[in-house]
Write a protein that binds this ligand. Sequence first.
Ligand code: AP5
Length: 250
Amino acid sequence: MSTPRDRTAWLQGGDAVCIQPPTTVQRAWHLVLLGPPGVGKGTQAELLSNALGACPLSTGDVFRAAKGRAAAPGSAMALAQAQMNRGELVTDSTVIALIRERHQCLHCSGGFMLDGFPRTLAQAQALDRVLSAESLQLDAVISYELPNDQLIARLSGRRVCPQCKAVFHTVNRPPRVAGVCDQCGGALVQRPDDQPEAIAVRLATYAEATAPLVNYYREHGLLVSVVADGEPLDIVARTLDALAERVLPA
Ligand code: AP5
């Protein structure tokens, strides 16, 4: 497992800057990773980042990173964290403001992969406006697909390291020592939204609010569908093949 990018500018927003410089790349990819909870977007984002150099930008990670810092009661961030723990979507206005505040990450010389954004039609349209204002274009939207029973198994067994953000699975990707992070030795935990009640809400919300984006991006000629079954590295290879087929080399 390689060390993930620090993504300080993305996680903290404002004037924060990344500690690691962007990887030098031949082509700066501008991608969206779409797919239901547990399909493996975060896992793929980390592996694809190694392969393509593009920085993985997860909106869920921004809300989780903010948990360590004080969120004033009643603030947009406190409300967002409560919504997230229940498995509900955070309101569009909060998420769109978050993206606007981090617009410099869209210009990262290594490229970017948006993970978990957009998640509603309003967010997709807002992204179109932000990209247009920044004179940027998406290269592709990668849509990962997996049946619900496998999604539930992946989410139920997920364990994460609150310190270094590494992701494990009790069966599919177990740590060397049960409950202990391979990377930093931190104690692994289960995300609050990986409890059964929250998983059910997330899957239903995905079907209602986010799945329609598959058609939206198909109509915009950007959709690349990838079956997310099998070993993570096989899925990376499938993704790279699909990207190479869709996008001619620069
Ligand atoms: P977010 O963090 O984006 O969660 P999500 O989309 O529900 O996705 P997950 O992180 O749960 O799963 P993943 O697809 O990344 O899977 P992973 O790689 O970890 O968002 C969380 C919440 O934040 C939302 O519910 C919402 O409240 C809020 N939010 C975020 N963005 C928002 C937005 N734009 N608008 C509104 N609200 C927003 O893999 C899962 C498990 O499977 C792991 O244990 C992994 O090890 C294992 N695994 C991965 N790949 C494989 C494989 N190939 N084979 C076997 N196991 C595998």
